[in-house]
Write a protein that binds this ligand. Structure first.
Ligand SMILES: [Zn+2]
Length: 87
């Protein structure tokens, strides 16, 4: 998409922060600390060039999935096959 890695990282951090904030207060079963831990893990994935790549099948995770869950590590079909993420 013509974004530099730094731009991708900044953009993802923004998206993830927004996702966390929008979920805070809605889902009280989710510990904000563990959510932030997942975000940091996702940011490391960006550094490693694996961001947006499914852990299970290695194909690209759809943009829609990444928007809904910016820290996603599974693509939509693997998510459907394997249920919720355990990470
Ligand atoms: Zn997959």
């Amino acid at each position: 998409m013509g974004l530099t890695p730094a731009e991708t990282r900044a953009r993802a951090r923004l998206l993830m922060r927004r996702a966390v904030l929008s979920r805070a207060g809605q889902d009280r079963s989710e510990d904000p600390e563990s959510e932030l831990t997942r975000i940091e893990a996702a940011l490391r994935r960006i550094d490693e060039g694996r961001y947006g790549i499914c852990d299970q099948c290695g194909s690209g995770i759809g943009a829609q999935v990444m928007l809904e869950n910016p820290a996603a590590t599974l693509c939509g079909s693997c998510l459907a096959t394997h249920g919720h993420q355990s990470a």
